[in-house]
Write a protein that binds this ligand. Structure first.
Ligand code: 6GU
Length: 243
């Protein structure tokens, strides 16, 4: 996957792309992240990229010219996806992440201030994506959230050491609690079962913990999980926690 990020703040992406799993994924050629500062495309002598909104009001709007010229310079194939990160967009879900992860290329447009001129969206943007119901100062962090979520779903990006993150049998459930040494910390002991060495029972305990937590915090998710569940034994357990 090649991500091209159009942003006025490319420096925000350097720690993100040079650390941990994102850096490894890039090193192994699974992903490529290219940041393009669209200020470089401004045709104004002062490299201005924003202006006052027509119709009045507070704040500034990204001018169409730098973004039009920058987008036209990206040698986009027909049907290429151009995602604008905006709180007005469709709220990101894991299913959207999985769908995006199958693409070869994505262009991510990060706005700032009051957003970008609507004609940029009407002309180029194929997807408008939000990362949740709250407002951030710009699209850079949402773009990183999107790239992180997509990258870990690309074949080969997670290795065996990270593979617990891609375990599929708890898909659609919240995670069970995790513990590591010491077995007693400041008087708090871990659940006995985890020391039993009985893998089958541990598995069962983890499953039930996942189900219980999901029932408490996300009854909607537990209902959806149950509706897709065919395993008789598992259905019995889930039924105890359905609201
Ligand atoms: Cl994509 N952008 C901004 N500015 N705020 C957000 C968002 C995006 N998603 C949630 N809040």
């Amino acid at each position: 996957m090649k991500f091209t990020v159009l942003t006025l703040f490319p420096e925000m992406f350097s720690a993100f792309t040079s650390t941990s799993i994102m850096a490894r994924a890039a090193g192994q050629g699974h992903i490529e992240v290219e940041c393009v500062n669209f200020r470089d495309y401004s045709d104004s002598p002062s490299k201005r990229v924003d202006d006052a909104p027509f119709g009045g009001g507070a704040g500034l709007v990204m001018k169409p010219q730098p973004l039009f010229d920058c987008l036209r310079d990206q040698s986009l194939a027909a049907g290429e996806r151009i995602v604008y990160l905006t709180p007005k967009g469709k709220t990101l879900t894991q299913q959207m992440v999985v769908d995006f992860s199958k693409l070869d290329r994505m262009v991510l447009v990060c706005g700032h201030y009051e957003g970008i001129d609507q004609r940029v969206i009407d002309t180029f943007v194929t997807d408008e994506v939000s990362i949740g119901d709250y407002v951030l100062t710009g699209g850079e962090i949402p773009a990183m959230v999107l790239m992180d979520a997509i990258s870990r779903m690309i074949e080969g990006v997670l290795n065996t050491e990270d593979s617990h993150m891609e375990e599929s049998h708890y898909d659609g459930l919240l995670e069970y609690p995790h513990y590591t040494r010491p077995a007693v910390y400041e008087g708090m002991a871990i659940p006995d079962i985890l020391l039993s060495g009985h893998h089958k029972n541990i598995e069962l305990w983890r499953f039930e913990e996942s189900v219980k937590l999901t029932g408490e915090r996300r009854p909607d998710m537990l209902r959806a999980y149950y509706d897709r569940l065919t395993d008789k034994k598992k259905r019995k357990i889930v039924e105890k926690y359905l609201k």
